[in-house]
Design a binder for this molecule. Structure first.
Ligand code: DGY
Length: 328
């Protein structure tokens, strides 16, 4: 029997799997993110062989050192793993895994939902109707652009970017251009998609949807200069990681009407919606901005599957086997 420490309650499929194999599963009872000090204390107290953590837990060298030498695996309950110091994990011989693929559809659906809501002004119209302001049909009320026929620019053609493109081409009659370190001939053929250099994509797209991981090379990938290349009628959607977009530059561009609108599911200084208090106020006042609280993967199916995959990775490592989703 091994001990597995879980930093916060998650959907139970994986936890049941771990318990069925007679492992001791200790779930932090707090209904909030664990602090670094609490996590270090828990690792010292329980000496778990496995840590199941969330994308909001910073698993840095101090945390990993507190887990060593018992800790064999850090199983991140997310596909992104920018919250984990991989080099430090390697130093301590601790495996790191993530939960790819099972949340692809959920995130793609949310990106498309944001696109519809933003371009067809669903949230603005909802607030207007609920405020009792609808006094009669009006030919000019909440006009927005038609989505069919517009050009979608996908930045990052991983499985999520490709799933967004597929929905937009087949379901909505959009045209797709994409940017990625690698071109993908099969994808281009299947979706009549075309590769573009990033600056060209930004110039041409009516909607830009970001799907890159957060790495040193993608930090502020969408910066002031790049936002300035976008059309004033274009929309930006970010369901990847907040720091991929220079938020201050984005807010300035929106304020100066250099862009038509933006939908953000992720933020640079999460859980705050902006790093600066004045930007916080500006964002809240912008009707052409939609904000959701990092819920792109929040379907019941995806969150249960993430729980199962994290548990399967833990079981593999505890059994001395190679985990399916090792990132390090
Ligand atoms: C992930 O898994 O990285 C997503 O951001 C979770 O929503």
């Amino acid at each position: 029997m091994s001990t597995i420490y879980v930093t916060r309650a998650i959907p139970d499929e994986g936890l049941r799997l771990l318990r069925a194999r007679r492992h001791e599963v200790i779930v932090n009872p707090e209904q909030r993110g664990i602090t670094k000090d609490e996590l270090i204390a828990a690792l010292r107290e329980h000496q778990p062989e496995a840590l199941l953590c969330l994308l909001t837990d910073a698993i840095d060298s101090a945390v990993l050192a507190a887990g060593a030498p018992h800790l064999k695996i850090v199983a991140n309950y997310a596909v992104g793993h920018d919250n984990i110091d991989l080099a430090a994990a390697k130093e301590h011989g601790i495996a790191v895994t993530n939960t790819p693929d099972v949340l692809t559809d959920a995130v793609a659906e949310h990106a498309v939902a944001l696109m519809f809501a933003l371009m067809r002004r669903v949230c603005e119209a909802d607030r207007y109707a609920k405020a009792g302001r609808y006094k009669g049909w009006d030919p000019f009320l909440f006009l927005g652009p038609q989505i069919k026929g517009k050009t979608l620019g996908i930045v990052g053609l991983g499985s999520i970017g490709a799933a967004v493109a597929q929905r937009c081409v087949q379901g909505m009659g959009m045209r797709v251009i994409y940017n990625d370190p690698k071109t993908d001939a099969a994808f281009e053929h299947e979706h009549h998609a075309e590769f573009r250099a990033l600056d060209d994509l930004l110039r041409e797209a009516d909607v830009v949807s970001i799907h890159v991981p957060l790495l040193p090379a993608t930090h502020h990938l969408i910066n002031e200069e790049r936002i300035a290349r976008m059309k004033p009628t274009a929309y930006l959607i970010n369901t990847s990681r907040g720091p991929v977009v220079d938020e201050e530059a984005l807010i300035d561009a929106l304020a100066m009407k250099q862009l038509a609108g933006a939908a953000l599911d992720v933020f640079e200084c999460e859980p705050s919606i902006a790093c600066l208090p004045e930007d916080h106020l500006k964002l809240k006042a912008m009707p052409n901005v939609i904000l959701t609280p990092h819920i792109a993967s929040a379907t019941i199916e995806a969150r249960q599957a993430m729980s199962r995959i994290a548990a399967e990775n833990i079981l593999a490592v505890l059994a001395g086997k190679e985990p399916q989703n090792r990132v390090m």
